[in-house]
Design a protein around this ligand. Structure first.
Ligand SMILES: [Zn+2]
Length: 296
């Protein structure tokens, strides 16, 4: 199969994880796996995905990490210029709506989209209806109607990266910004960890991006990359212990409600990249080179 970002192929086998072969694009370095017949990514995100200590994937207690998530989102948004009157921000893959609440607190007119209906209901309850249940591929918003779109740890979950970024570019005004974070499979931590890298989580992560694959994907839709850096994210101590158990033992163990488990800590392994990209006036300026690279 050819690369979903640049079109090069076939992918080279890189490693096996949970019985699944992960392939690497020989050109842009994107890594991916081939889901079995009938696999539907959206089926992964039921209520248990966000709140089930026993599940092998997802979160044992997403709501229990509200403070940690909101701290991360607030610090990421603080890197943007403060919004002018009426500036609009859309958070795609909003989960329980914490990034929408933080954006509102900082002065944006903020909206969110969430595919998982159980999470969207919880988000709508918290954010007075500004988070709606919808896929990032077909948003209910007019073209060029947002100043900022955010995509926090979501891109790796999306089965059609070009379709999703095309829709985001459509709703962004020229000059508007996309901020996204995702794992960096080309980072030192990922390379040293091999198949135990904490972001090789299947089946929810479908793609593992390199900085080059991100550049190609965004520029194909007229989004010029301004910055790509690894910032600290905040986690609860309980979550970190759970992830460590999953990486080393293959299961999360009991839910982490012990003294200190809610303690919120910054972590930076330099393997999660935050990219800021700006929508250019005329997308064809950037798209030409990438279309050639993809053989499109
Ligand atoms: Zn590629």
């Amino acid at each position: 199969m050819s690369c979903a970002v640049c079109g090069a192929g076939p992918g080279r086998p890189k490693l096996r994880k949970d019985g699944v072969e992960i392939l690497a694009c020989p050109s842009c370095g994107l890594e991916y796996w081939l889901p079995p017949e009938g696999f539907r990514a959206e089926d992964t995100y039921d209520a248990a995905y966000f709140d089930d200590a026993g599940a092998s994937h997802g979160y044992s207690d997403y709501a229990g990490m509200e403070h940690a998530f909101r701290t991360s989102f607030a610090r990421r948004l603080a890197r943007l210029p403060p919004p002018g009157a009426g500036e609009r921000l859309l958070d795609v893959g909003a989960a329980y709506g914490y990034a929408v609440l933080e954006a509102e607190r900082r002065g944006w007119q903020a909206f969110g989209l969430e595919l998982a209906s159980a999470a969207a209901r919880e988000a709508a309850r918290q954010s007075s209806g500004r988070v709606v249940a919808a896929s990032g591929l077909a948003t209910p918003f007019a073209s060029a109607s947002f100043d900022v779109v955010t995509l926090w740890d979501v891109l790796e979950h999306l089965p059609e990266p070009h379709a999703a970024i095309a829709e985001i570019a459509r709703v962004l005004r020229p000059g508007g910004r996309l901020l996204l974070s995702t794992g960096d499979v080309g980072s030192l931590a990922a390379r040293v960890s091999g198949r135990r890298w904490h972001l090789y989580t299947l089946p929810e992560h479908l793609f593992f991006y390199t900085r080059r694959s991100l550049d190609l994907l965004l520029e194909a839709h007229g989004l010029r990359v301004e910055a790509a850096r690894a910032y600290a994210s905040y986690y609860t101590l309980g979550y970190l212990v759970e992830r460590l158990r999953k990486s080393l033992l293959g299961h999360a163990g009991a839910r982490g409600d012990w003294p200190g488990s809610k303690l919120c800590l910054p972590v930076n392994l330099f393997d999660i990249v935050t990219v800021t990209a700006r929508r250019v006036e005329d997308p064809k300026v950037l798209a030409g080179g990438v279309a050639r690279a993809a053989g499109a």
